[in-house]
Design a protein around this ligand. Structure first.
Ligand SMILES: CC(C)(COP(=O)(O)OP(=O)(O)OC[C@H]1O[C@@H](n2cnc3c(N)ncnc32)[C@H](O)[C@@H]1OP(=O)(O)O)[C@@H](O)C(=O)NCCC(=O)NCCS
Length: 79
């Protein structure tokens, strides 16, 4: 997930998450999960996601990227 730097901190990330959660809820899902990079964690926390476990991506060229599996309950009226 990337917001163009010129538009950062204007609620674009929060809006995209809200739309995704609403679409999932309409399909009958009651929970959503995502894999966060460390730079995305503050956004997801601010939107109600909680850490499930810390992990890493499969190393590419010797580079190991830390990731956080995060999740949140959703309902038809979630915002
Ligand atoms: C992370 C990213 C997608 C956030 O997008 P955004 O459109 O700026 O997010 P929003 O404006 O909706 O932010 C909603 C809330 O998330 C939190 N937040 C977002 N970016 C933050 C940051 N850099 N530091 C701390 N909190 C942050 C804040 O609580 C913010 O609310 P506030 O602005 O009222 O304080 C954007 O900064 C980005 O593209 N970063 C580079 C790519 C990246 O790291 N993506 C994550 C991949 S997992």
């Amino acid at each position: 997930m990337y917001t163009h730097p010129k538009f950062a901190r204007r609620g674009v990330g929060r809006l995209i998450l809200r739309l995704c959660e609403a679409a999932a809820a309409v399909e009958g899902f009651t929970r959503v999960q995502l894999m966060a990079t460390l730079s995305g964690e503050p956004l997801y926390k601010a939107c109600g996601y909680r850490e499930i476990e810390r992990t890493t991506a499969a190393p590419v060229g010797g580079v190991v990227v830390p990731l956080i599996l995060m999740g949140k309950a959703v309902s038809g009226s979630s915002g």
